[in-house]
Design a protein. Structure first.
Length: 269
């Protein structure tokens, strides 16, 4: 009598059951099995139309032996059996595409779809194994591949390439200065640099044909200046270019003349 009073009678839910039990949160003071047993026998509680499965204790009195093969239960995976228990937290193939059903029905539909795809995949693999391979055609390798001569070596600066050359531009990501490129917009970087280099080259050609006039010391008249060495800044026969930002001796004491006339022979005047 004492032993029978300690055992919860059937039916009841096992501890750890994650399914829904009506009014369970309002029941306190008893074990999980005793509480679920009372709820299942309470006529005032709504009962499911699905009959509750009572454990057949005689069936599990001996050692458990599988009667079905593993392949029949889930393609050599014993976890994917016919009836999945609610609360299983493992991965169910194709389970994310089925919703709006109870856990067992959703898992069953997902596993059926997965098994169909496995059958199709297996048939495709078998078909590929039985396909006859085509004989490869021999390819006659030439003795030497033709090499197209390059008029300019690889890596030549775009400044030295002619405008018609296909590499007459700077690649995207170049961070150096490109003259005459700031006023060009709404194009890709290679197109902008190609146009800027062409404009810059045209400016240099026009400036090369023009011989500037420099101010001479004779009455402030303009005359053609002689070419001075690059290291000489203050020449005797010509003045400095306007907007020169360097120092000019005694420049702040001179006025009434142009900048070019005032800076002629600046070291001696």
């Amino acid at each position: 009598m004492v032993a029978s009073s300690l055992v919860t009678p059937d039916p009841y839910r096992l501890p750890g059951y994650l399914g829904y039990v009506p009014q369970f949160k309002f029941k306190i003071g008893s074990t999980y099995g005793r509480t679920t047993h009372d709820i299942l026998h309470d006529p005032s509680e709504g009962q499911s139309k699905i009959p509750y499965r009572v454990i057949d204790r005689e069936r599990f009195s001996g050692p458990m032996v599988r009667t079905r093969k593993a392949a029949e239960e889930g393609w050599s995976n014993t976890k994917f059996s016919g009836n999945m228990v609610p609360g299983y937290t493992g991965y169910i193939p194709k389970g994310q595409h089925y919703f709006g059903q109870c856990y067992g029905q959703a898992c069953g539909s997902a596993l059926k779809t997965f098994e169909k795809e496995l059958v199709v995949k297996q048939s495709d693999e078998d078909r590929l194994r039985t396909m006859t391979r085509k004989t490869l055609r021999e390819f006659a390798k030439p003795e030497q591949y033709p090499i197209k001569p390059r008029p300019f070596p690889h890596g030549t600066s775009p400044y030295k390439l002619p405008p018609s050359h296909p590499e007459h531009y700077f690649v995207s990501g170049y961070t150096g200065f490109v003259p005459r490129s700031r006023e060009l917009l709404a194009k890709s970087y290679p197109e902008i640099t190609n146009t800027a280099l062409n404009i810059h080259k045209g400016d240099r050609e026009r400036l090369g044909k023009f011989t500037p006039f420099m101010a001479s010391a004779e009455g402030g008249r303009l005359s053609r200046a002689k070419t001075a060495p690059p290291s000489v800044i203050y020449t005797r026969d010509s003045g400095l270019i306007p907007n020169y930002t360097g120092h000019v001796p005694a420049m702040k004491f001179k006025f009434g003349k142009t900048y070019g006339t005032t800076t002629v022979n600046a070291l001696n005047n």
